[in-house]
Design a protein around this ligand. Structure first.
Ligand SMILES: [Zn+2]
Ligand SMILES: [Zn+2]
Length: 277
């Protein structure tokens, strides 16, 4: 082993480089996790599905583009996502719900079922009921086609593998790669499974939606499903003092910066009044 040169041990440097490579992987993983999740929640969920804020057309395009870029290989076409999500609210935890955990033996089967419905909406094989398309749906045909293309998706996959190839200190780290490949659907499945199966309830509503705190913060507010199903138009998914909705916190900042405009119903009362004047 080359652990010494002229009697000087190289071990500290060797250890240092392993540590910095490990940091690069962890940083990449964390960034990819939270950026994908943020745009999933902020754009696909709270804008495409629920229109909780408005944005100028070019701002919408920038957010749309960033959603595609951060979801990369597992980009979820917004119009298909939104239609499916509107169905989820209309039929929550009934047989017509596209992804209720109460009708599947495990999360994998739920994911596969969801993927089939989703892909039907993307290809046009499934035509959604008119009630789910009557509200605005953001569509960017060129980007949808480009992002949904297998070659584009493969480029992202190769990019993730290349990053790990250069920075992973050992092959065990490659086990994280499938999470990068399928990050959008994985985050959706975690929310849909655990958010309707485990946790506590603030509201006794008809479905099985639940809330999770404090580690639900890792899902940026999305695991407050019970709060969200109680009042689906409220942009803030947190209700109690111990609940924190990080996505909404960022949305408030973007609102103050005039990048987006939260609909008045989501603002504190004083601001609602100013808005009306
Ligand atoms: Zn739900
Ligand atoms: Zn929703």
């Amino acid at each position: 082993m080359f652990t010494t040169i002229n009697g000087v041990s190289l071990q500290p440097y060797f250890k240092f480089s392993i540590l910095s490579f490990m940091t690069a992987i962890l940083l990449f993983f964390t960034l990819h996790w939270f950026l994908s999740l943020f745009f999933h929640s902020f754009f696909l969920h709270r804008y495409a599905s629920h229109q909780m804020y408005t944005a100028k057309p070019f701002v919408e395009k920038i957010i749309y583009f960033l959603t595609w870029f951060v979801q990369g290989s597992s980009f979820l076409v917004p119009r298909a996502y939104a239609v499916m999500h509107r169905m989820h609210h209309a039929y929550s935890d009934t047989e017509k719900d596209p992804h209720s955990p109460h009708f599947f033996k495990d999360i994998w089967h739920m994911m596969m079922h969801t993927a089939r419905i989703f892909s039907g909406f993307v290809t046009g094989k499934n035509i959604p009921d008119a009630e789910f398309t009557k509200e605005y749906l953001p569509v960017w045909d060129k980007l949808d086609k480009f992002g949904h293309n297998n070659i584009t998706r493969a480029f992202f996959v190769v990019g993730y593998i290349a990053f790990y190839y250069f920075f992973a200190p050992n092959p065990w780290w490659y086990l994280l790669l499938p999470i990068h490949f399928f990050i959008g659907p994985i985050q959706g499945a975690v929310v849909n499974w655990f958010g309707h199966k485990m946790g506590y309830r603030n509201y006794n509503i008809e479905d099985h939606s639940k809330n999770t705190t404090p580690w639900g913060v890792l899902l940026m507010g999305e695991l407050f499903q019970n709060n969200h199903h109680k009042d689906k138009d409220n942009a803030n998914f947190a209700r109690k003092w111990y609940e924190f909705d990080l996505t909404f916190f960022i949305m408030r900042i973007l609102h103050v910066l005039h990048i987006i405009r939260l609909k008045p119903v989501h603002l504190p009362q004083q601001q609602q009044q100013q808005h009306r004047q």
